[in-house]
Design a protein around this ligand. Sequence first.
Ligand code: OKS
Ligand code: MG
Ligand code: ZN
Length: 343
Amino acid sequence: MKTVFSPLHNRRTATTELDGGVLIAPHEKPSRAETILGRVKQEQLGDVLAPDDFGLEPVLRVHTPDYVSFLQGCWEDWEAEGKPGEAIPAVWPGRGMRERLPKDIDGRLGYYSFAAETSITEGTWDAACASANVALTAQALVANGEPAAFALCRPPGHHAHADLFGGYCFFNNAAISAQAFRDQGAKRVAILDVDFHHGNGTQAIFYQRSDVLTISLHGDPDLVFPHFLGFEDETGEGDGNGYNQNLVYPPGTPFKVWREGLETACQRIAEYHPDALVIALGVDTFEDDPISFFKLTSADYLLMGERLAELNLPTLFTMEGGYDVDAIGVNVVNVLKGFECGR
Ligand code: OKS
Ligand code: MG
Ligand code: ZN
């Protein structure tokens, strides 16, 4: 399987993440992508390609123009105001308040976000654009006949809504890729999110549509981020009714239990008969992940990949979360190797 990777991910070097009332060094750091790349090469998974530049058009098929302009200009506007640190949202339109876009940068940061852990920094725009280009380049490989491709995206994407950043995500790479498959003629596309967290952005983007089936397995949002979306009674709306599925698990969930959800998801995908499959691939389900509570082992990721291969669909993997950097390369490449074995 080919991998698409851009060194421009390194332009995102945030130094702050608001966590537990203090600013910590972000979990979502450059070494994550470099470690995965190292393992891809070590295991000789396949060629590593640089991305093409698709411009903003495919991004604007999913994200609103005003949100994209905000992201592009955010750091400049923040600096122009003479702010001393990284750009962190700290005010939102709470219940009973007005959902209008303020002029001031603090107001705009809140308007376009849903959480405060994700600081915007000087190179964030460049890295987010590179990440979308990585996804779109791998998507094009699959659209042009490769059975599968791995988009080594960083920053990740599945929390980003059409006009909201948060959870380390700015552009929703999986959603942008699914939309690209549709725009190139695929009738139906499925997105399966195996990251530990709910893919709230992906769900929201396609919630009223039946042409993109969205399924996510994740930790109970009652207990863990993103808290305000991702429950099992969210099944889609209007035309999208029946085309979203959330499979929620409690702390301590081992692969033996998690794989039942995977089975449910795979059966739903098979009956949907999509023309393409996008896997939002996070490995923060790992037993030693520092911010998560599932108990998957490194060997389990091989079995995950094998089951995904049995779907026998053109498959794009987009990289999402995973924060145990010591194991992230092994775990990600195990999914991809398991997939290649299972075909
Ligand atoms: C809040 C924790 C924020 C978690 C962000 C989740 C990032 C992730 N203290 N999403 O898939 O991995
Ligand atoms: Mg998930
Ligand atoms: Zn995650």
